[in-house]
Write a protein of this length. Structure first.
Length: 293
Protein backbone atom coordinates (compact mmCIF):
# COMPACT_ATOMS: atom_id res chain seq x y z
CA UNK A 1 0.00 0.00 0.00
CA UNK A 2 1.36 3.36 -0.99
CA UNK A 3 1.93 5.75 1.89
CA UNK A 4 0.01 9.05 1.75
CA UNK A 5 2.05 12.21 2.10
CA UNK A 6 1.60 15.97 1.77
CA UNK A 7 3.40 17.67 -1.06
CA UNK A 8 3.59 20.90 0.93
CA UNK A 9 4.41 20.79 4.64
CA UNK A 10 2.24 23.81 5.38
CA UNK A 11 -0.87 21.74 4.61
CA UNK A 12 -0.01 19.30 7.39
CA UNK A 13 0.77 22.17 9.75
CA UNK A 14 -2.53 23.86 8.93
CA UNK A 15 -4.43 20.68 9.75
CA UNK A 16 -2.51 20.11 12.99
CA UNK A 17 -2.57 23.73 14.17
CA UNK A 18 -6.13 23.80 15.61
CA UNK A 19 -5.60 20.62 17.65
CA UNK A 20 -2.18 21.72 18.85
CA UNK A 21 -3.57 25.13 19.80
CA UNK A 22 -6.36 23.56 21.85
CA UNK A 23 -3.91 21.24 23.63
CA UNK A 24 -1.57 24.12 24.40
CA UNK A 25 -4.26 26.54 25.62
CA UNK A 26 -6.31 24.08 27.68
CA UNK A 27 -3.64 21.65 28.89
CA UNK A 28 0.00 22.70 28.69
CA UNK A 29 -0.47 26.36 29.58
CA UNK A 30 -2.70 25.75 32.65
CA UNK A 31 -0.39 22.92 33.76
CA UNK A 32 2.65 25.18 33.49
CA UNK A 33 0.84 27.91 35.45
CA UNK A 34 -0.13 25.42 38.16
CA UNK A 35 3.47 24.27 38.51
CA UNK A 36 4.66 27.88 38.76
CA UNK A 37 2.02 28.83 41.31
CA UNK A 38 2.82 25.71 43.37
CA UNK A 39 6.32 27.06 44.04
CA UNK A 40 5.28 30.67 44.61
CA UNK A 41 3.00 32.57 46.97
CA UNK A 42 0.29 33.99 44.71
CA UNK A 43 -1.62 37.01 45.97
CA UNK A 44 -5.43 36.46 46.10
CA UNK A 45 -6.27 39.65 44.18
CA UNK A 46 -3.16 39.91 42.01
CA UNK A 47 -0.22 42.11 42.77
CA UNK A 48 2.56 39.64 42.01
CA UNK A 49 3.93 36.58 43.73
CA UNK A 50 6.88 35.49 45.81
CA UNK A 51 9.06 32.44 45.30
CA UNK A 52 8.71 30.09 48.29
CA UNK A 53 10.05 26.80 46.93
CA UNK A 54 8.50 23.72 48.52
CA UNK A 55 6.76 25.68 51.31
CA UNK A 56 3.30 25.19 49.76
CA UNK A 57 3.84 21.43 49.56
CA UNK A 58 5.00 21.31 53.18
CA UNK A 59 1.90 23.19 54.28
CA UNK A 60 -0.38 20.90 52.31
CA UNK A 61 1.25 17.67 53.50
CA UNK A 62 1.14 18.83 57.13
CA UNK A 63 -2.58 19.60 56.95
CA UNK A 64 -4.68 16.82 58.57
CA UNK A 65 -7.71 17.85 56.50
CA UNK A 66 -5.73 17.17 53.34
CA UNK A 67 -4.88 13.63 54.40
CA UNK A 68 -8.55 13.13 55.24
CA UNK A 69 -9.41 14.17 51.68
CA UNK A 70 -6.82 11.70 50.35
CA UNK A 71 -8.36 8.92 52.43
CA UNK A 72 -11.92 9.60 51.30
CA UNK A 73 -10.74 9.98 47.69
CA UNK A 74 -9.18 6.51 47.80
CA UNK A 75 -12.38 5.09 49.30
CA UNK A 76 -14.44 6.82 46.62
CA UNK A 77 -12.18 5.63 43.78
CA UNK A 78 -12.10 2.01 44.92
CA UNK A 79 -15.81 1.93 45.80
CA UNK A 80 -17.09 3.50 42.58
CA UNK A 81 -14.73 1.47 40.38
CA UNK A 82 -15.61 -1.87 41.96
CA UNK A 83 -19.35 -1.19 42.10
CA UNK A 84 -19.55 0.23 38.58
CA UNK A 85 -17.54 -2.55 36.96
CA UNK A 86 -19.46 -5.34 38.72
CA UNK A 87 -22.81 -3.78 37.79
CA UNK A 88 -21.70 -3.10 34.22
CA UNK A 89 -20.41 -6.64 33.69
CA UNK A 90 -23.59 -8.14 35.14
CA UNK A 91 -25.80 -6.03 32.89
CA UNK A 92 -23.62 -6.75 29.86
CA UNK A 93 -23.85 -10.50 30.47
CA UNK A 94 -27.65 -10.35 30.60
CA UNK A 95 -27.85 -8.25 27.44
CA UNK A 96 -25.35 -10.49 25.65
CA UNK A 97 -27.53 -13.53 26.42
CA UNK A 98 -30.27 -11.79 24.40
CA UNK A 99 -33.00 -12.18 26.97
CA UNK A 100 -36.45 -10.77 26.33
CA UNK A 101 -36.27 -7.03 25.56
CA UNK A 102 -32.47 -6.99 25.39
CA UNK A 103 -32.42 -4.41 22.57
CA UNK A 104 -34.38 -1.88 24.64
CA UNK A 105 -32.16 -2.53 27.67
CA UNK A 106 -29.03 -2.11 25.54
CA UNK A 107 -30.10 1.37 24.43
CA UNK A 108 -31.40 2.44 27.85
CA UNK A 109 -28.23 1.38 29.68
CA UNK A 110 -26.06 3.57 27.45
CA UNK A 111 -28.01 6.79 28.11
CA UNK A 112 -26.60 7.58 31.59
CA UNK A 113 -23.16 8.12 30.03
CA UNK A 114 -24.52 11.25 28.34
CA UNK A 115 -25.74 12.80 31.61
CA UNK A 116 -23.49 15.46 33.12
CA UNK A 117 -22.07 14.85 36.58
CA UNK A 118 -23.85 17.85 38.19
CA UNK A 119 -27.17 16.53 36.91
CA UNK A 120 -26.40 13.14 38.42
CA UNK A 121 -25.62 14.81 41.73
CA UNK A 122 -28.90 16.74 41.71
CA UNK A 123 -30.90 13.61 40.88
CA UNK A 124 -29.33 11.56 43.66
CA UNK A 125 -29.64 14.48 46.05
CA UNK A 126 -33.40 14.08 45.73
CA UNK A 127 -33.25 10.27 45.83
CA UNK A 128 -31.24 10.28 49.07
CA UNK A 129 -33.07 13.21 50.67
CA UNK A 130 -34.03 12.06 54.19
CA UNK A 131 -37.26 14.07 54.17
CA UNK A 132 -38.63 13.88 50.62
CA UNK A 133 -36.61 11.28 48.69
CA UNK A 134 -37.27 7.63 48.09
CA UNK A 135 -35.21 6.65 51.12
CA UNK A 136 -37.32 8.90 53.32
CA UNK A 137 -39.59 5.88 53.77
CA UNK A 138 -36.79 4.35 55.84
CA UNK A 139 -37.22 7.15 58.37
CA UNK A 140 -40.94 6.43 58.65
CA UNK A 141 -40.06 2.98 59.96
CA UNK A 142 -37.00 4.02 61.98
CA UNK A 143 -36.94 7.80 62.49
CA UNK A 144 -33.50 9.32 62.05
CA UNK A 145 -31.94 6.13 60.68
CA UNK A 146 -31.13 7.66 57.30
CA UNK A 147 -29.72 11.19 57.13
CA UNK A 148 -26.64 11.70 54.91
CA UNK A 149 -26.62 15.39 55.82
CA UNK A 150 -25.58 14.44 59.36
CA UNK A 151 -23.88 11.05 58.97
CA UNK A 152 -20.40 11.01 57.42
CA UNK A 153 -20.56 7.33 56.48
CA UNK A 154 -23.94 7.73 54.79
CA UNK A 155 -22.74 10.80 52.90
CA UNK A 156 -19.73 8.90 51.55
CA UNK A 157 -22.01 6.02 50.59
CA UNK A 158 -24.34 8.32 48.64
CA UNK A 159 -21.42 9.85 46.74
CA UNK A 160 -20.00 6.41 45.92
CA UNK A 161 -23.35 5.15 44.64
CA UNK A 162 -23.92 8.25 42.52
CA UNK A 163 -20.40 8.07 41.09
CA UNK A 164 -20.75 4.37 40.31
CA UNK A 165 -24.09 4.95 38.58
CA UNK A 166 -22.42 7.56 36.38
CA UNK A 167 -19.62 5.16 35.39
CA UNK A 168 -21.79 2.09 34.76
CA UNK A 169 -22.82 3.12 31.25
CA UNK A 170 -19.25 3.66 30.06
CA UNK A 171 -18.09 0.29 31.39
CA UNK A 172 -21.22 -1.41 30.06
CA UNK A 173 -20.42 -0.35 26.49
CA UNK A 174 -16.95 -1.91 26.58
CA UNK A 175 -18.02 -5.08 28.40
CA UNK A 176 -20.84 -5.68 25.93
CA UNK A 177 -18.52 -5.12 22.97
CA UNK A 178 -15.95 -7.50 24.47
CA UNK A 179 -18.55 -10.19 25.14
CA UNK A 180 -19.91 -9.94 21.61
CA UNK A 181 -16.39 -10.31 20.21
CA UNK A 182 -16.06 -13.78 21.80
CA UNK A 183 -16.90 -16.40 19.16
CA UNK A 184 -20.29 -17.98 19.76
CA UNK A 185 -18.82 -21.35 18.84
CA UNK A 186 -16.79 -21.33 22.07
CA UNK A 187 -19.74 -20.70 24.37
CA UNK A 188 -21.94 -23.13 22.42
CA UNK A 189 -19.28 -25.84 22.67
CA UNK A 190 -18.99 -25.25 26.42
CA UNK A 191 -22.78 -25.45 26.76
CA UNK A 192 -22.85 -28.73 24.81
CA UNK A 193 -20.21 -30.09 27.20
CA UNK A 194 -22.58 -29.41 30.08
CA UNK A 195 -21.12 -26.15 31.42
CA UNK A 196 -23.77 -24.06 33.16
CA UNK A 197 -24.01 -20.26 32.48
CA UNK A 198 -22.03 -19.28 35.59
CA UNK A 199 -19.38 -21.86 34.77
CA UNK A 200 -19.06 -20.54 31.22
CA UNK A 201 -18.71 -17.00 32.50
CA UNK A 202 -16.05 -17.88 35.07
CA UNK A 203 -13.94 -20.32 33.04
CA UNK A 204 -14.43 -19.04 29.50
CA UNK A 205 -15.66 -15.48 29.18
CA UNK A 206 -13.96 -13.88 32.19
CA UNK A 207 -10.39 -14.85 31.14
CA UNK A 208 -11.06 -13.47 27.66
CA UNK A 209 -12.34 -10.22 29.21
CA UNK A 210 -9.16 -9.49 31.18
CA UNK A 211 -7.82 -6.92 28.65
CA UNK A 212 -11.13 -5.04 28.84
CA UNK A 213 -11.22 -5.31 32.63
CA UNK A 214 -7.70 -3.92 32.88
CA UNK A 215 -8.52 -1.03 30.53
CA UNK A 216 -11.66 -0.11 32.45
CA UNK A 217 -9.84 -0.43 35.76
CA UNK A 218 -7.30 2.19 34.70
CA UNK A 219 -9.92 4.50 33.18
CA UNK A 220 -12.41 4.27 36.06
CA UNK A 221 -9.84 4.82 38.80
CA UNK A 222 -8.39 7.81 36.96
CA UNK A 223 -11.87 9.19 36.35
CA UNK A 224 -12.80 8.71 40.02
CA UNK A 225 -9.91 10.89 41.15
CA UNK A 226 -10.30 13.64 38.54
CA UNK A 227 -13.97 13.82 37.52
CA UNK A 228 -15.85 13.67 40.82
CA UNK A 229 -16.22 17.40 41.41
CA UNK A 230 -19.65 17.81 39.80
CA UNK A 231 -21.23 15.02 41.81
CA UNK A 232 -19.74 16.11 45.13
CA UNK A 233 -20.55 19.79 44.61
CA UNK A 234 -24.24 19.24 43.85
CA UNK A 235 -24.85 16.21 46.08
CA UNK A 236 -23.09 16.98 49.37
CA UNK A 237 -21.00 20.13 48.89
CA UNK A 238 -18.11 18.37 50.62
CA UNK A 239 -20.07 17.81 53.82
CA UNK A 240 -21.10 16.90 56.35
CA UNK A 241 -18.10 17.99 58.38
CA UNK A 242 -15.82 17.62 55.30
CA UNK A 243 -16.64 13.92 55.13
CA UNK A 244 -16.91 14.03 51.32
CA UNK A 245 -14.23 16.64 50.74
CA UNK A 246 -12.47 14.73 47.96
CA UNK A 247 -9.08 15.86 46.69
CA UNK A 248 -10.42 17.47 43.52
CA UNK A 249 -13.16 19.24 45.49
CA UNK A 250 -10.69 20.45 48.11
CA UNK A 251 -8.61 22.02 45.34
CA UNK A 252 -11.66 23.99 44.27
CA UNK A 253 -12.67 24.93 47.83
CA UNK A 254 -9.20 26.12 48.83
CA UNK A 255 -8.52 27.92 45.55
CA UNK A 256 -11.84 29.59 44.74
CA UNK A 257 -13.38 29.90 48.19
CA UNK A 258 -10.32 30.24 50.37
CA UNK A 259 -8.33 32.20 47.74
CA UNK A 260 -5.30 30.01 48.45
CA UNK A 261 -4.24 29.74 44.83
CA UNK A 262 -0.73 28.51 45.60
CA UNK A 263 -1.93 25.81 47.99
CA UNK A 264 -4.55 24.67 45.50
CA UNK A 265 -1.90 24.53 42.77
CA UNK A 266 0.32 22.39 45.00
CA UNK A 267 -2.61 20.06 45.66
CA UNK A 268 -3.29 19.73 41.93
CA UNK A 269 0.35 18.75 41.33
CA UNK A 270 0.14 16.13 44.09
CA UNK A 271 -3.11 14.79 42.60
CA UNK A 272 -1.51 14.56 39.16
CA UNK A 273 1.49 12.69 40.58
CA UNK A 274 -0.82 10.35 42.53
CA UNK A 275 -2.82 9.46 39.41
CA UNK A 276 0.41 8.90 37.45
CA UNK A 277 1.74 6.64 40.22
CA UNK A 278 -1.46 4.60 40.36
CA UNK A 279 -1.45 4.20 36.60
CA UNK A 280 2.19 3.07 36.68
CA UNK A 281 1.44 0.50 39.40
CA UNK A 282 -1.48 -0.87 37.41
CA UNK A 283 0.56 -1.21 34.24
CA UNK A 284 3.57 -2.58 36.12
CA UNK A 285 1.86 -5.19 38.31
CA UNK A 286 -1.83 -5.63 37.41
CA UNK A 287 -1.20 -6.03 33.66
CA UNK A 288 0.83 -9.17 34.37
CA UNK A 289 -2.44 -11.00 34.99
CA UNK A 290 -3.94 -9.87 31.70
CA UNK A 291 -4.13 -12.50 28.96
CA UNK A 292 -4.08 -11.04 25.47
CA UNK A 293 -5.28 -13.24 22.64
Amino acid sequence: MRRAYFKFSWVAMALLAPQLLIIFVFFYWPSAQAVYWAFTLEQPWGGGNTWVGFENFRNVLSDPYYWASVRVSVIYALGTTALAMVMAMTLAVFVDRQLAGYKAYRVALIWPYAIAAPAVGLAFRFVFNPNAGILSYVNTVAPGLWDPTQSAAQAVLTVVIAGAWKQVAYSFIFFLAALQSIPRSLTEAAAMDGARPLRRIWDLQLPLLTPTIFFLLVINITDSFTDSFGIVDTLTGGGPFRATDLMVYKIYADGFRGFDYSGAAAQSIILMLLVMALTFVQFRYVERRVHYT
